[in-house]
Design a protein around this ligand. Structure first.
Ligand SMILES: Cc1ncc(COP(=O)(O)O)c(C=O)c1O
Length: 349
């Protein structure tokens, strides 16, 4: 069994010292939101009192969970748990519901952290290939496991399978179904009602993407109260600091700000996708704030990635099966998108 340093976590292609820090670079490699969070977030942070800093924060983030429950149509905070980013909640789901040696099921390709978490826990992970349209294959519904991860929209494809597939999975799967909705605010629909209907459904959200708060590290899981109680038992005592709680509370209360930014990003995504297709890329329909652009010409996708990097434009390249002829490109501002498209036209000409 691999443990510790043998298991290399691929944190969004992060290479120490290579992350663009200087101004002037165009950073389209980690699916951050190009627009600022609600002004009320910064206001809330400015108004945090010395006492709020001196004291320990609320260990269970109650006010935030109440606000989230209300926003998402749940009757109380008992249906929600807040995490130090969704990544913490994904790890807690494995720790809470899976024993070492148990099976975990994920699609392929998908968010690389699922496999890493399963390996770190000593679980047996099965990564099942999505079909040619990036939908769950029939076998996925029939494979027994203690837990499965189903991101919707998926990363890095951006594709959202039908909601009815997830519904069918919750009905037929006898383990926990973690529905990762990190990017769902950029899509057409969601599964936030599933925890009311299915006792094995856990819907997870993050404040990193649509709420423009990746630096604050806040995630949310919604599930039936007995499941949430398990999360509360296994999480670190003070998993969310006072700043993160205050920021996320302000953000969820200014929902229209997030919706307006998400709508703007969807507009740019439409334009980006069609321009990429005109250049010659094949781009599966994305419901996220990024697109996966396949390229089968010359120079290779990897060489295009390197040429963009040389010009200070960072996108994501995966040296992996079904992905090594593609670039994952975050939807940035309109200006960033224009600069990217101009550079691509030059590199490919
Ligand atoms: C599919 C998916 N799930 C979860 C996360 C983690 O989000 P967070 O920043 O809240 O840890 C990411 C981050 O990129 C992601 O792509």
């Amino acid at each position: 069994m691999k443990r510790g340093r043998e298991i290399l976590r691929d944190v969004e292609g992060y290479v120490p010292g290579e992350q663009p820090k200087e101004t002037g670079v165009i950073k389209l490699n980690t699916n951050e939101n190009p627009y600022p969070p609600s002004p009320s977030v910064q206001e809330a942070l400015r108004h945090l009192t010395p006492d709020a800093i001196r004291r320990y924060p609320d260990p269970v983030s109650l006010e935030l969970r109440q606000a989230c429950a209300e926003r998402y149509g749940y009757e109380s905070a008992d249906w929600c748990v807040a995490g130090n980013g969704m990544d913490e909640l994904l790890a807690l789901a494995v720790r809470t519901f899976v024993d070492p040696g148990d099976a975990i099921l994920t699609p392929y390709p998908t968010y690389t952290l699922y496999e890493t978490l399963a390996q770190l826990h000593g679980a047996n992970v099965t990564m099942m290939d999505l079909d040619d349209e990036f939908r769950l294959p029939e076998r996925f519904f029939k494979t027994p496991a203690r837990l499965c991860f189903v991101p919707r929209p998926n990363a890095p494809t951006g594709v959202s399978g039908p909601r009815t597939d997830i519904e069918r999975l919750c009905k037929s799967f006898d383990g926990m179904v973690v529905i990762d909705e990190a990017y769902v605010d950029f899509g057409d629909d969601n599964c936030m009602d599933f925890p009311k209907r299915f006792d094995n459904a856990i819907v997870m959200r993050t404040f990193s993407k649509s709420f423009s708060m990746a630096g604050m590290r806040v995630g949310l899981a919604v599930a039936q109260p007995d499941i949430i109680a398990e999360f509360l038992k296994t999480k670190d005592s003070y998993n969310l600091n006072a700043y993160s709680q205050a920021a996320a509370l302000a953000a969820i209360r200014d929902y229209p700000h997030m919706e307006a930014n998400a709508a703007r990003i969807r507009g740019t995504r439409r334009r980006l996708r069609s321009a990429l297709e005109t250049i010659g890329f094949t781009v599966p329909p994305s419901q996220a704030n990024f697109v996966l652009a396949y390229w089968n010409g010359t120079p290779s996708a990897k060489d295009i990635f390197l040429a963009l990097k040389h010009r200070g434009i960072f996108v994501r390249y995966f040296e992996a099966r079904r992905l090594d002829n593609a670039l994952r490109i975050t939807v940035g501002t309109d200006e960033e998108t224009d600069a990217l498209l101009d550079a691509l036209r030059e590199i490919i000409a």
